[in-house]
Design a protein around this ligand. Structure first.
Ligand SMILES: *Cc1c(COP(=O)(O)O)cnc(C)c1O
Length: 425
């Protein structure tokens, strides 16, 4: 190991604290975390000069590859002007342009306003708070309950975490958290009385953290119709699915659904900078007009950060220049056929779950029984895949393959090959 690598690792182990990480293991002697020093396209390099395919798009964020010249140039150009100014009491050109572009991705008269924040969790917090405040300001304060789906994931701030249905992420620290009712399916939802409900929140088409489990086809459309009939608002969490991951620009477009609130983050800047947006319909927005006490009391210091907006606008530009969406179907097909071949040759693969360019590979013992959790089998497969040039993380024993949308056939094949080699070991 190079001397500088050793120093970075020691320094990290002495002072840094990583998300969702068992720090005792992380800091143990002999644990050698990768020190990532550079990226280009779908590839990342570590401080030892080794190259890895970014198999989970740097935790589901990257869209057009790393160090993309168009996005880099846009950030640089804005940096020469000003890095950050407040969105509280003033505005700036790129936020205006980005808000127009985002609304322009939906039919006129639907999603018409953009509230900026910093990340997926805050985009969700905004939607929740707006949904509840909306009821107070429209004469229906009794509609103060929120519904979320079991095993869903919506982020880690307290409100977003209370929505989440994956208990290992809150570990009971929240107690009962913020009051949310959880349902497992559309059928269960239909059994609930809707009079007290403000809104229902869902990850459309696919639940990411729930080991990439897909909703039944048609379910989202059915949910929209139910919301229309009951007057319950629909909040879509497209933090993972947004910006092309599912093959459409947004997952909701697959079932021709327009939500009342749309939460976007992760891929919005192409995966470059933290920025998020909560889009709402004109109807929601209008309830916040009028007397001063009707303002939406919420905001963060870096709201609508100009560098983030520059990256987001450049990312939308690249979608057009590179015809990203038009080129996706053949990549999605290549991934599907590669995974099918992999499954037929690998007895440890229980199920492949794919939604557009997102794939989960669930591993089980050949007798279909799950591996004991403390074996951390998925983790050890990912660690082995690293030595074949693939960087990704599992969710329990489900391996995630979520490449940047700009990845080519060779890169798709490389990812599958690395998983095959790792499983072979
Ligand atoms: C990642 C994620 C979030 C949280 O976003 P952060 O930027 O990590 O706060 C929320 N919802 C979904 C579906 C996600 O995948």
């Amino acid at each position: 190991m190079r001397e500088d690598t050793r120093q970075w690792i020691e320094g990290d182990q002495a002072r840094c604290w990583h998300p969702f990480t068992r720090q005792a293991e992380w800091c143990a002697r002999g644990h050698e975390p990768l020190v990532i020093v550079r990226g280009e396209g779908s590839w990342l390099w570590d401080s030892e000069g080794r190259r890895y395919l970014d198999g989970n798009s740097s935790i589901w964020t990257n869209i057009h590859g790393h160090a993309h010249p168009v996005i880099n140039a846009a950030i640089r150009a804005q940096l020469e002007k000003v890095a950050h100014t407040s969105f509280l009491g003033s505005t700036h050109p790129l936020a205006v342009e980005l808000a127009e572009r985002l609304c322009g991705l939906f039919p006129a008269g639907t999603l018409e306003r953009v509230f900026f924040s910093d990340d997926g969790s805050t985009a969700i917090e905004c939607a929740l708070k707006m949904a509840l405040q909306y009821r107070q300001q429209t004469g229906a304060p009794e509609r103060n309950e929120l519904i979320a789906f079991s095993n869903g994931y919506h982020g880690d701030t307290l409100g977003a975490a209370s929505l989440g249905g994956v208990s290992r992420f809150s570990k009971g620290v929240l107690g009962n958290g913020f009051p949310v009712r959880h349902v497992g399916s559309m059928e269960e939802l239909l059994l609930l009385g809707s009079e007290k409900l403000a809104a229902v929140v869902i990850e459309p088409l696919i639940q990411g953290v729930n080991e990439m489990r897909l909703w039944p086809a048609g379910m989202l459309g059915e949910l929209r119709r139910w919301c229309d009939e009951t007057g319950v608002h629909l909040i879509l969490d497209e933090v993972m699915t947004g910006f092309g991951r599912t093959g459409e620009m947004f997952a909701c477009q697959r079932e021709n659904v327009i939500p009342d609130f749309l939460c976007l983050a992760k891929g919005i800047t192409g995966g470059y900078l933290p920025l998020a947006a909560t889009l709402v319909t004109g109807e929601i927005y209008d309830a916040f007009l009028g007397t001063a006490d009707r303002a939406f009391y919420y905001g963060h210091s870096y709201t609508a950060n100009p560098l983030g907006c520059a990256a987001a606008l450049a990312s939308l530009e690249v979608f057009e220049q590179e015809q990203t969406l038009a080129r996706l179907p053949e990549k999605i097909a290549r991934l599907a056929s590669g995974l099918a071949a992999l499954k037929s040759s690998q007895p440890l693969i229980h199920e492949i779950r794919q939604c557009g360019f997102i794939a989960g590979i669930e591993l089980r013992r050949p007798d279909v029984v799950k591996f004991p959790p403390n074996e951390r089998f998925g983790e050890s497969v990912c660690l082995t895949a690293r030595s074949y040039g693939l960087l990704t993380r599992p969710i329990l024993d489900t391996l995630v393959i979520m490449l940047p949308l700009s990845s080519g056939f060779e890169e798709i094949d490389h990812a599958i090959h690395a998983v095959a080699e790792a499983l072979g070991q």
